[in-house]
Design a protein around this ligand. Structure first.
Ligand code: SF4
Ligand code: SF4
Length: 449
């Protein structure tokens, strides 16, 4: 087993991580698919309002790559299709029937999978709506089947602090996980499984297939970070990755012949220490976010974030869970600006520099949406570069992006960025560095395809 240790980053101690146990969520009467939460695809609808659908019926596909299909997370009637800016499809809502029907696919057990070649596995995954679970670095888009990447990475513990730990989703599912890895190996790409030093795996069956162990603070477990610190040549830049929980979905979807809709979701309210809120909930793909909370009062005055603390997006209380999302976080919304706040000692104000007294103890803090200031010009302090886990000279890359000098931004490591958000978090000038880099990288990708 190889060790991958990350030194450059930032230890962040945010309160309110989910308890490592699972509760069953309530039954829901509606679910939704959120096409605009899937990066770098152009969705084309395959249903209209009023259509009856089964679990696993195709809902939409990628216009440019129609073999990428997203299937219905519910059986019932399509009751609403919402559009956003420039007619982008934002939400397809399905009212679930009392008894939901499933589309039936041919079950593929482990023995049958062993006899399949690469193309057969890809076809089987695509038909069952499972291929989008395989994503490609460096753009983090859905993998292209004709690509020949150097590796496929499965990192067991998601890098973001508020995600479902592997100890939770693997419990009782160890054989299913191993079976999922065996299916991935049929793709003809070396499969690497990484455990986190902080969350060692106990199952001997899984231990036998672990190839790497990561150590270090967030985002040490990110596949892009592991790849950056292990690759030996530019050829290895192209890699695929899959989340640990998604390997279970792959194995379940192939073996059962049904589209797998079960998901475990981490629900946290930073600052609210109640274990009734900070927990993992067994729910289903596309579930209403409100159904994940035991008491709506916990959401009063809070900002809803899905997809993680550093990489997530703001959600509305009437929102739903997206295809790749496995966490709901409620943080305190921005308060009114503090008068002369910079003169206060700030024993509870997290700081990456030494601005406040917090720097002396660095205890757990409550995440808040406060910006503590507005965007201003870069002061060349270099803090963004000091925390970047993949050694990007962030301020220079950002200035190239700002000046639309994309080739120069590439030379400064634009494609290595793993979208961890730490540079934005520490920037005293409040510049949205990670977002600027991500937007530019995606635009560069879209120009090339
Ligand atoms: S540039 Fe920023 S977002 Fe990208 S990897 Fe470095 S610190 Fe993370
Ligand atoms: S942290 Fe912000 S202010 Fe400091 S060098 Fe980076 S971009 Fe400039």
């Amino acid at each position: 087993m190889k060790n991958v240790s990350i030194k450059k980053s930032l230890g962040i101690h945010v309160a309110g991580r989910p308890a490592p146990s699972v509760e069953d969520g309530p039954a829901v009467s509606s679910v939704a698919a959120l096409p605009d939460h899937i990066p770098l695809i152009k969705p084309r609808l395959l249903v209209k309002k009023g259509d009856a659908v089964n679990i696993g019926s195709p809902l939409f596909e990628d216009k440019k790559k129609p073999w990428i299909r997203f299937l219905s997370p519910g059986g019932g009637t399509v009751t609403d299709i919402e559009y956003g800016h420039r007619r982008a499809i934002t939400r397809i809502v399905i009212e679930t029937g009392e008894t939901e029907e499933h589309e039936a696919f041919e079950p593929v057990d482990e023995k049958a999978a062993k006899g399949m070649d690469r193309d057969q596995v890809i076809d089987a995954m695509a038909v069952r709506g499972l291929w989008p679970l395989v994503r490609s670095l460096p753009y983090r888009t859905i993998a292209a089947p004709d690509e020949k990447p150097a590796s496929l990475w499965v990192c067991l513990d998601p890098a973001d602090p508020f995600q479902v730990p592997s100890t939770v989703y693997l419990k009782g599912n160890e054989p299913l996980f191993v079976s999922g890895i065996r299916i991935l190996e049929r793709l003809g790409v070396p499969v690497y499984v990484c455990e986190s030093e902080q969350v060692p795996v106990e199952s001997p069956d899984i231990r036998a297939i672990i190839t790497h162990r990561t150590a270090g603070p967030y985002p040490a477990e990110d596949p892009g970070v592991v790849l950056y610190h292990t690759k030996k040549s530019a050829v290895e830049n192209r890699a695929w990755f899959m989340n640990g929980q998604d390997v279970l979905l792959l194995a379940e979807g192939m073996a059962s012949g049904r589209y797998p809709i079960s998901r475990i979701m981490a629900v946290s309210a930073s600052g609210n220490g109640s274990p009734a809120v900070n927990r993992c909930v067994k729910t289903r793909l596309g579930a209403p976010l409100a159904s994940l909370l035991p008491d709506p009062e916990t959401a009063r005055g809070r900002r809803w974030i899905t997809g993680g603390l550093f990489r997530g997006q703001t959600a509305e209380p009437d929102g739903f869970m997206g295809f790749y999302e496995t966490s709901l976080l409620l943080i305190e919304d921005a308060a009114d600006p503090e008068l002369f706040g910079f003169l206060k000692p700030g024993a509870r104000k997290p700081t990456a520099s030494r601005t406040f007294l917090y720097a002396l103890h660095k205890k757990e803090f409550t995440a808040k949406a406060d910006m503590r200031g507005e965007e201003r010009a870069c002061i060349n302090c270099g803090k963004c570069e000091q925390v970047c886990p993949v050694d990007i000279m962030v301020q220079f890359a950002y200035k190239c992006v700002y000046a639309e000098e994309i080739e120069e931004a590439l030379m400064h490591g634009l494609l290595d960025c793993v979208e961890c958000g730490l540079c934005t978090y520490v920037c005293p000038a409040k510049i949205e560095l990670a977002e600027a880099l991500k937007t530019t990288r995606r635009a560069y990708y879209e120009d090339r395809i």
